[in-house]
Design a protein around this ligand. Structure first.
Ligand SMILES: *Cc1c(COP(=O)(O)O)cnc(C)c1O
Length: 227
C-alpha cells in the first residue's frame, strides 16, 4: 500500500533518476513512471518534480487519468496488452504504444490515428523467452512486423520492448536483456531510425541499462509497493 512506502515521492524520484543516469554512463536513458493502480494525484506529484513520461497498463484507467491531468503536458505510453477493440482509443489518446505484437493491429492503428497529430510512436513487444503463454511477437517475427509498421506514415517505429520472464538469478536475467540488445542492433541495420529499447523494471533496471536499455519502466520504486 502507498502508506507503507517509507520514502517520500521526492526522494524516490531523485534516487531512481540518479541511479538510472549513473548506470547509463552518459548515454541518454528515459525513466517511464508506471502509474497503474495509482491515483492521478500521485502522478501529478511526480509531474511537479519534472517527470514527463507515464506508462499505463489499462486503457480505461489511463483515459480517466489523462482527463484529470490534461493540463500537465504529459507523454502517455501504453505498456499493457493491446486488444483489437481498443485500437481506436489507443490511436486517439496515446503518444506511445509499447506493446504492438501482431500485424493485424497495424492497419487499424494507422487508420484511427487522428489526422494532424504526430505519428503514434511504436515499440514491438518481443517474447524474448519464447514462452507459448505470453504476449509478444516471436524474435523471428520482428522483421516482418517492423516492415509493416514502417510502411504506415501514421505510425513511427521506435524500437523494441520486452518483459522477460522473472528469473531468479542475475545471469539468466542478463542473458535475456543481452538477447534483446542483439535483436535491437540487428533491427537497426534495416530500420536506421530506431532508438528505443524498453526493458527493465524496479527490480532490475540498472542491469537492463548496463545491457543497453534506453527506457526503463518503473512502478513500485517510485510509488511504493502496489497494495
Ligand atoms: C507494472 C509494470 C512495470 C513496473 O513494474 P515495477 O516492478 O512496479 O517497477 C513495468 N512494465 C510493465 C509492462 C508493467 O506491467
Amino acid at each position: 500500500m502507498q502508506d507503507e512506502n517509507p520514502v517520500s515521492p521526492d526522494a524516490a524520484w531523485h534516487d531512481v533518476t540518479a541511479r538510472a543516469a549513473a548506470a547509463a554512463r552518459g548515454r541518454p536513458v528515459t525513466v517511464l513512471a508506471v502509474g497503474k493502480t495509482r491515483p492521478a494525484q500521485a502522478l501529478r506529484t511526480l509531474a511537479a518534480l519534472g517527470q514527463r513520461a507515464f506508462g499505463e497498463n489499462y486503457v480505461q484507467e489511463a483515459l480517466a487519468k489523462q482527463r484529470e491531468l490534461a493540463d500537465a503536458g504529459l507523454e502517455w505510453h501504453l505498456i499493457g496488452p493491446l486488444q483489437s477493440n481498443k485500437a481506436r482509443e489507443v490511436a486517439e489518446h496515446f503518444d506511445w504504444l509499447q506493446t504492438l505484437d501482431r500485424a493485424k493491429l497495424v492497419e487499424p492503428l494507422a487508420r484511427w490515428r487522428p489526422p494532424g497529430t504526430p505519428p503514434l510512436e511504436v515499440l514491438i513487444q518481443v517474447n524474448v523467452d519464447d514462452e507459448a503463454s505470453k504476449s509478444g511477437c516471436s524474435p523471428d517475427g520482428v522483421d516482418a512486423l517492423a516492415d509493416a509498421i514502417a510502411a504506415q506514415p501514421a505510425l513511427r517505429l521506435r524500437g523494441l520492448m520486452a518483459i522477460p520472464a522473472p528469473a531468479p538469478d542475475h545471469d539468466t536475467r542478463r542473458r535475456a536483456f543481452a538477447r534483446m540488445r542483439d535483436l535491437f542492433d540487428a533491427l537497426r541495420d534495416t530500420h536506421a531510425g530506431i532508438d528505443t529499447l524498453s526493458m527493465g523494471m524496479s527490480e532490475d533496471f540498472e542491469l537492463a541499462i548496463e545491457e543497453g536499455a534506453t527506457l526503463v519502466r518503473i512502478g513500485s520504486l517510485l510509488f511504493g509497493a502496489r497494495g
